[in-house]
Structures are given as structure tokens and as C-alpha cells.
Design a protein around this ligand. Structure first.
Ligand SMILES: Nc1ncnc2c1ncn2[C@@H]1O[C@H](COP(=O)(O)OP(=O)(O)OP(=O)(O)O)[C@@H](O)[C@H]1O
Length: 616
């Protein structure tokens, strides 16, 4: 929704908030502005009097005296302008402080809520935008304010000088100002669209450049180029629309400034001749128009409207960033919560179909998966049986498709061909509520939300009592953290700062350990834990009834699993750790490489707990 002069409602609210604490300096500005407007208000009157009572009446002394009075008013105006700097600075700095507070709070609360961090980069970027608002507001207060004040003073002066001449000037000026205000709304809206279009160009061009290797490999250059070209065409259209909206300032200046002057010059001599007005009044009216109305209109319709519409765009951006409670952004942050992303919460409200399999086996048949119709398949014809209670480790080189397989197994993404089924049911057909009850996928990024420790641990097991939660916490190795925090009832206010990445992973692991899902998939869910803590967490899951699939962060996970799946294209192999060491040279090579690296990195004390003796 747009409110006055093209500012969106959130932008106008943010500006009002930023100015709220500046009542005193704003009043001082208003006071000094009256004095600042004195020359504009008096210029026509003084000119008329100097002519009618002085120079045209043969009394040049009187004419000079009036002129000297006008000069005095200009000195007063200079003093007012000097005095205005302090309150102007107060207003602008206060606005900046308020905006910085609002924006930093909004961004950091959102980053904390999402548990993803990254708030500092956003804050730095938004602080730059706050500075832009400060500079634009300062510029507008220094330029637009005196122009607006002069325009108003000139109109008042003109109306009180002579009603007939005032009517001549105001007849075209009023529609010109109306068009000007209307065009400001359009211009601000179009400038906003232009900024968005330019950002899209930058985003798509950046993505295309970043992916240039893949684009070349897939011979997709024409496709990538057409996407960027489309955005460039959109930006060009938006630029044209801004240009057209800005072009309206020409008729505004012609109608509101030039036409009144022309009318005065055309009608003036006749009006003087028939005695309707004095010659001094005509020149006085022309002074109001030429010295104040016309320059004010030119500036307002030109640079000032540009500053104003830029201010509207940046303020709207900041208003979006500063909004936290109940905002769409807050919602988006909440969408990263355990209940909605890769791990989901079994809903009490959603009726779930009956599930008979108490000990369901997982079966993968001829599985193909590619991220796009023209992309290289990540997985090709993979078949695998995972009986209930199995403990399978998935290992392989980086980027080979381990996380993709984890998502396919949990039914989060659908295969391109082939099936993944649990107890004979395709996992993608299970329906979300049931799927969430059967699978718990723990991703690398652990989410802990503000709230009590108990609420976090019981997220996937709403019926679990304190004993159950404490047992899971103890099994995973979270008891020390719980003691430090103050137990299950302790409240986490800012988990992103109160807990380390490893501690957040322990929370996510304990949360899943406490739930009843028969299939647990850990996708590098222990990557921030030290080797000892990782071994303990994996042991806890191995003892928990159900199937455990571990996408291994360290190869040592494979030594703890009952079976190992080596994912490696054509060299994919399945077996026990010992069996694969013998029959898969590639697996042996991978293990040997890892053991060598681990031995080089770890000191003797840690090595004994991490590197299996068989590798030493
Ligand atoms: N959303 C996606 N869109 C397109 N390609 C993707 C996407 N996600 C992953 N890929 C690509 O699919 C391939 C397999 O990725 P995946 O994350 O499953 O590998 P990974 O074995 O888990 O890697 P890592 O061990 O580094 O986590 C990679 O080439 C990756 O770039």
C-alpha cells in the first residue's frame, strides 16, 4: 500500500518512528524556517512598495529604503540557516540511531531464530543502507525543506499582495502541483521496481558466472544467456518506465512556473492601464514567480523528487529488514525450524494413516536421481536392502551424492526413476505426517530454537516425559550441557550464542534419539563434534531400537557400522568394513588415506581413541 508522496506504509511508519524522538529539534527547525522564509514572503511586497511608493513616485530614497529592508531580511535568513544546522544534525543522527537499532535487532533476531548465523554480514549491508537514509534525509532537509517553505511563503505573499494577480498565477500552479504530487507516487513506485530488476540482473549474472564451469560442461550457454538477457530486458523496461515518470517534471515546471510568468507579462500592462492593479504589484507578483516559485518547482520536480524516491526505496528495504514479530521474514525464519525443513515434527492434529509395520525394512530398487532434466545423474541404478535394525554407514568422496541419497531414503525428494520403499510402501507416497513419524533425518545444520531445553528436546516426541528426555540427553552426551544450562526447565534465549555448533548438534541428536521414528538418518550430523563425542552419539543411536543410516563425516564411522555403502559411481560397493577392505581397493585406498591424514593430525593420546588399531 502506498501512502503520502509514494512512500509505502512500512517505509512511512519507519520514517515516523525514526523522527518520533526528535520533537524538540523539529520544533526548532520549524521556528527558524519561518525566519528563513521571510525574504520569500516579503520579496513581492517590498518590490511593489519600492516601485509604487519609491522609484515610480519619484522618491528613490524610499525605494532604496525598501530595498535595504529586503537586504536585511536576507541577512536574517543567513543567520537562520546557520542556526538550523544543529537541529538538522540532531534530527538526522537521531533518525540514524533509531534505524540502526531497529535494523540490527530485526536482522539478529531473525538470524538467531533461524539458528543459521550470518546476521553480521546482513547487518553490515543494512548499516550501509541506514547511512544512505541518513544522507538522503539530511540532503532533503537542507534542500527540499527551504524550497517548500519558499514556495508556500511566495504563495501567501502573492495572495495577500493582490487577489487578481494571485488568481492568474495560482490557476495553473494548483494543477501543476497536483500533477507533481501524483507523479511522485508513480516515480517512487517505479524506482523501486527498477532497483528490484537491477538486483535480479546482478543475481542471475552472478549465479551464471559462478556456475560457468557446469554451464559449459552441460553445453547450456544459450540457456544461461537467455535467462540473463531476460532479466536485462526487464531492467531496461523498468529504466524506461522511470524515465517516462520522471519526464512529467517538464510539464509540471512549464505549467506551474513558466505559464504564470507568461500570463503576468501578457495581462499585466492591460491591468495596470485600466487601474485594476499597480505596476509595482505586477512586478512584485512576477518577483514571487521568477525568484521563488519557478526555482522551487524546478528543484522539487528535479533533484529533490529523485532523492525522495530513492529514500522511499531504501526505507522500504529497511522496514522489511527491521520487521521481526509476525512478519513474513519471521515466518521464513520459522520455516527453517525442525518441524518444517528436513526433520519434521509428528503432528498431533493431522490424522495419519494406519501403519502396520512395527519393524519396517527399507528397500532401494534401481534408483536414479538427477537434479534437473538435463543434469548429469547423481545416482544411477542404485539397489540396496536395509533390514530393520541395520546400522549402515555411507561413505564416498565429496559431492558423490551421499546427502542426496539421505534425502531420497527419507522421502524428502523423489527419485527420477526407481523406488525407495519402507515395508513395501513407496516412501514418497506415505504422506508427510506418516513419513515424519517413520523417518528422522538429522542434517548437518542443527536447529535449536529459543524456548526451554525440554521443549527443544521434546520437539519430535511431544509425549516424552522428563525421564525419557534425560535418558536421551545422557545417552547422547548432553548431560554436561544440561547441567550448565540449569536442567530441562532452563530457558534458551539466544541458542545461536549460548550454545556452540557442537552443542547444538548434540541437542538435535538427543531430540531425535528421544523420538520413536524407526529409521534415523544422520547426514554428517556429528561434524562439529570431537571424535570421542561423535563415537558416543553414534553408539547411542546404534543401541536405540531401529535402523540407523550414517552419512559419514569421518571414515571411522564406517568401522562402527554393521555394513558400509561405498558410493563412488561405477565403483559403488556394499559390505562390512572388513569385507570391503579386502575386496574394494578403492575403499582400502580411502581408508588408508584417511588413517594417514588422521595419524598426521592427531597426537598419540587422541589417536588411540580415534584411529582403529588395525590401521596403525
Ligand atoms: N539442489 C541441488 N541442485 C543441483 N545440484 C545439486 C543440488 N544439491 C546437490 N547437488 C549436486 O549433486 C551432487 C551430489 O551432492 P551431495 O550433496 O549429495 O554430495 P555429498 O556426497 O553429500 O557431498 P559432501 O560429502 O561434500 O557433502 C554434487 O555434485 C552437488 O553439487
Amino acid at each position: 500500500m502506498r501512502v503520502g508522496l509514494g512512500l509505502s506504509a512500512p517505509a512511512a511508519r519507519l520514517l515516523a518512528d525514526g523522527l518520533r524522538g526528535s520533537g524538540a529539534p523539529l520544533r526548532r527547525i520549524a521556528g527558524w524556517s519561518v525566519l528563513e522564509a521571510a525574504p520569500a514572503l516579503a520579496s513581492g511586497w517590498v518590490t511593489a512598495a519600492a516601485l509604487d511608493d519609491g522609484f515610480l513616485a519619484g522618491r528613490p530614497g524610499v525605494g532604496l529604503a525598501w530595498t535595504a529592508l529586503l537586504a536585511g531580511l536576507f541577512f536574517a535568513r543567513a543567520a537562520a540557516e546557520r542556526a538550523l544546522f544543529t537541529p538538522l544534525a540532531d534530527v538526522v543522527e537521531n533518525l540514524r540511531d533509531t534505524l540502526v537499532r531497529r535494523v540490527v535487532r530485526g536482522v539478529l533476531e531473525r538470524a538467531t531464530a533461524s539458528g543459521r548465523g550470518g546476521g553480521s554480514a546482513a547487518v553490515a549491508q543494512l548499516n550501509g543502507q541506514v547511512d544512505t537514509v541518513r544522507n538522503l534525509t539530511g540532503t532533503l532537509l537542507r534542500t527540499a525543506r527551504p524550497l517548500g517553505v519558499s514556495l508556500l511563503a511566495a504563495v501567501i505573499g502573492l495572495a495577500t499582495l493582490d487577489p487578481l494577480l494571485a488568481a492568474l498565477v495560482l490557476a495553473p500552479l494548483v494543477p501543476a502541483l497536483t500533477v507533481f504530487l501524483w507523479s511522485m507516487r508513480r516515480l517512487t513506485a517505479r524506482r523501486r521496481l527498477l532497483v528490484l530488476a537491477e538486483e535480479k540482473v546482478a543475481g542471475h549474472a552472478g549465479a551464471a558466472l559462478g556456475a560457468s564451469r557446469d554451464i559449459t560442461a552441460l553445453a547450456a550457454e544459450p540457456h544461461a544467456a537467455s535467462i540473463v538477457e531476460q532479466e536485462v530486458a526487464g531492467a531496461a523496461k523498468a529504466q524506461l518506465a522511470v524515465g517516462l515518470a520522471a519526464a512529467l517534471r517538464v510539464p509540471v515546471v512549464l505549467l506551474g512556473g513558466q505559464l504564470p510568468l507568461l500570463l503576468l507579462l501578457l495581462a499585466g500592462p492591460g491591468l495596470v492601464e485600466d487601474g485594476s492593479v499597480s505596476a509595482g504589484a505586477v512586478v512584485g507578483a512576477a518577483t514571487y514567480v521568477a525568484a521563488h516559485l519557478l526555482p522551487a518547482l524546478q528543484m522539487l520536480a528535479g533533484a529533490v523528487s529523485g532523492y525522495w524516491s530513492q529514500l522511499g526505496v531504501v526505507l522500504h528495504r529497511l522496514a522489511e529488514a527491521a520487521t521481526v514479530a509476525g512478519s513474513p521474514a519471521r515466518q521464513a525464519a520459522a520455516d527453517q525450524s525442525p518441524g518444517s525443513s528436513r526433520t519434521c515434527r509428528p503432528s498431533q492434529a493431522v490424522p495419519t494413516p494406519r501403519w502396520r509395520g512395527a519393524a519396517p525394512d527399507l528397500s532401494v530398487r534401481e534408483l536414479d536421481f538427477a537434479y534437473g532434466p538435463r543434469a548429469e545423474p547423481v545416482l544411477r541404478r542404485l539397489s540396496l536392502e536395509v533390514p530393520f535394525g541395520d546400522h549402515l554407514a555411507v561413505v564416498g568422496p565429496s559431492g558423490i551424492g551421499k546427502s542426496t541419497l539421505a534425502a531420497l531414503l527419507a522421502g524428502i525428494i523423489s527419485p527420477t526413476a526407481g523406488t525407495v520403499s519402507l515395508d513395501g510402501h513407496r516412501v514418497t507416497d506415505l504422506g508427510e505426517a506418516l513419513r515424519c513419524r517413520l523417518f528422522a533425518l538429522v542434517p548437518q545444520e542443527a536447529y535449536v530454537f529459543p524456548g526451554t531445553v525440554a521443549a527443544n528436546l521434546a520437539y519430535l516426541a511431544p509425549d516424552a516425559g522428563p525421564d525419557r528426555l534425560e535418558r536421551s540427553a545422557a545417552a547422547i552426551g548432553l548431560t554436561g550441557v544440561l547441567d550448565r544450562l540449569g536442567g530441562l526447565d532452563a530457558r534458551l534465549r539466544s541458542p545461536a550464542t549460548e550454545l556452540s555448533s557442537g552443542e547444538r548438534q548434540l541437542f538435535a541428536l538427543a531430540r531425535v534419539h528421544a523420538c520413536a521414528a524407526p529409521v534415523v538418518v544422520l547426514d554428517e550430523a556429528t561434524c562439529h563434534l570431537d571424535p570421542v563425542a561423535e563415537a558416543r552419539a553414534e553408539a547411542a543411536f546404534a543401541e536405540r531400537p531401529g535402523t540407523l543410516i550414517v552419512i559419514a563425516h569421518r571414515l571411522v564411522s564406517a568401522t562402527r557400522a554393521r555394513r558400509v555403502l561405498l558410493l563412488d559411481g561405477d565403483r559403488t560397493a556394499l559390505g562390512t568394513h572388513a569385507g570391503l577392505l579386502v575386496r574394494s581397493p578403492h575403499y582400502a585406498e580411502l581408508v588408508g588415506h584417511w588413517a594417514g591424514t588422521a595419524a598426521a593430525v592427531l597426537d598419540g593420546r587422541e589417536r588411540s581413541s580415534v584411529v582403529p588399531s588395525s590401521y596403525e
